[in-house]
Ligand binder design. Structure first.
Ligand code: G3P
Length: 478
């Protein structure tokens, strides 16, 4: 069927034997925009088998050649930025400019991974035995990094290209093969990215992109004995994957409720600007978005006033028009957000704007005087809706941060760096930004969540380390 995008395995674009497809709904029009193949279990098995065969060859390919291939991939991807951005706009309603940025950032990430990997993989260790009691100097240990085998990469809808390459590039440079399971929403953008890799020329089978329903092939992929590592970004599914997966390294990033603590001496203009950028961009559909503001009572009024004023300048509309607030990814997501908002309304929160929703398009809201009995104080809306909790003490803010199951990032605003560091130390989350909104990038910084926000550390350098193991050869002298 010419209308259905093919899946990729064995270095070829293929039609699934299932003759079934999965539809991708455009969040803005609510119409089916694209269709992708619903791959069968047999096709998954075959792709993993080919990946293993290709990985053996790839691992023996000189590192500089692997890096060269990745650089080619990065170049082709950047050349395709406008075409890929077009599908991002249609599949996930990301504003057009941000969609282009996602692709360019992805190209940069691939090149960086090639540069970083070539150096990290070149380094080994030479150890002598006589440091440890009871040993003479008769054993020489040569330790170096080797790949894990086949890495299963599962990115989410919000960065279907970038969070795919942030897994694929470290996997490939270290000599692994990759099975990519793109998110349904974002699959076509991911397939286009894979086509760039195809044109760059990797061994056949080294990279596969398997599309289909998670309910049909998800468990098979994540529990497959041929998968040697899983790198996942997404929601709750990650928790069930962790429970089902075998004894393999897991890298999981499962969302956040990033808390923004604003102290009395904060630069409120700076804090308000960061709430706008860090809370409402891509309609709040980022794991690292500010998802709750804890502001000291004495400055709350002024901060809220500034944010509300800046919110009036947010353009609400369609991604094609580069609006700031665009439709959220699905109807079920919009319904979930609405549920959180209604709960807060019923329980007496103060709304600074009217609730307004047109299909999946939700107008931005700042919900004030939020109390702990409201769901929005704890849950992640993944939409353009931010709760404000007015706090009497800094400890109260720290408590809100630490009592949440999510613990990805957080931020603190204060002109006193010593105070900010004390608060940062007390906030039990993966990363704290001082005087800026949470963010994953620059992409070589470590990126990790504590508690239900995940396991393992991402970021180019950390992923490179994580996707390898150590192999030693010990030379025993007489
Ligand atoms: O999952 C990470 C993503 O949601 C946040 O990335 O770059 O927007 O901070 P970024």
């Amino acid at each position: 069927d010419g209308d259905v995008f093919k899946y990729y395995a064995d270095g070829e674009w293929k039609v699934s034997a299932s003759k079934k497809s999965v539809g991708i709904t455009n969040p803005s029009t609510l119409k089916t925009q694209y269709k992708v193949q619903a791959c069968t279990q047999e096709e998954v098995n075959k792709a993993i088998e080919s990946a293993h065969a290709a990985q053996k060859i790839w691992a023996k390919t000189p590192l500089w050649k692997r890096a060269e291939a990745l650089h080619r991939f990065a170049g082709i991807l950047k050349d395709q930025k406008n075409a890929i951005a077009e599908s991002l706009v249609k599949e996930i309603a990301k504003p057009q400019k941000d969609s282009v940025t996602e692709v360019v950032r992805s190209g940069d990430l691939i090149s960086y991974a090639a540069e970083e990997g070539i150096r990290i993989m070149a380094e080994g260790k030479f150890l002598l035995s006589d440091s440890f009691p009871g040993n003479g100097r008769n054993k020489y240990c040569l330790a170096s990094k080797i790949p894990l085998g086949v890495v299963l990469c599962i990115p989410p809808f919000n960065y279907p290209v970038n969070l795919a390459v942030s897994k694929i590039a470290p996997a490939l440079i270290t000599g692994n093969a990759v099975i990519l399971k793109p998110p349904t929403q974002g699959a076509v953008s991911a397939l286009h990215m894979v086509h760039c890799a195809h044109m760059a020329g990797f061994p056949k089978g080294l990279l596969a992109a398997i599309t289909g329903k998670g309910s049909e092939i998800g468990d098979l992929m994540t529990m497959h004995p041929g998968i040697d590592c899983i790198s996942f970004t997404g929601g709750d599914t990650g928790i069930s994957i962790s429970k089902k997966a075998g004894m393999i390294p897991l890298q999981m990033e499962l969302g956040g409720k990033d808390c923004c603590i604003v102290l009395e001496d904060a630069d409120l203009e700076l804090a308000a600007n960061n709430v706008i950028k860090g809370g409402y961009s891509y309609s709040g559909q980022r794991c690292t978005a500010i998802k709750v503001i804890c502001v000291m009572e004495s400055v709350a009024e002024e901060l809220v006033k500034k944010i509300v004023e800046k919110m009036t300048k947010l353009k609400v509309g369609m991604p094609e028009d580069n609006c700031d607030i665009t439709p959220v990814v699905s109807e079920s997501s919009a319904n979930f957000i609405q549920g959180l908002v209604e709960d807060a309304k019923t329980k007496g929160a103060k709304f600074h704007q009217e609730w307004k929703r047109e299909n999946n398009l939700i107008y931005p809201l700042l919900i004030d005087n939020v109390t702990p009995d409201m769901r929005i104080a704890w849950e992640e809306p993944f939409g353009p809706v931010i709760p404000v909790i007015r706090i009497k003490t800094v400890e109260e803010g720290i408590h809100f941060c630490n009592a949440n199951n999510f613990a990805l990032q957080g931020c603190v605003f204060s002109k006193d760096i010593n105070k900010a560091i004390l608060v940062s130390n007390a906030m039990e989350t993966g990363t704290i930004q001082i005087n800026s909104a949470p963010a994953r990038g620059p992409d070589h910084f470590p990126f990790q969540g504590l508690r239900d926000s995940g396991i393992g550390t991402q970021g180019v350098t950390n992923s490179i380390h994580m996707m390898t193991k150590v192999k030693s050869t010990v030379i025993n002298l007489p």
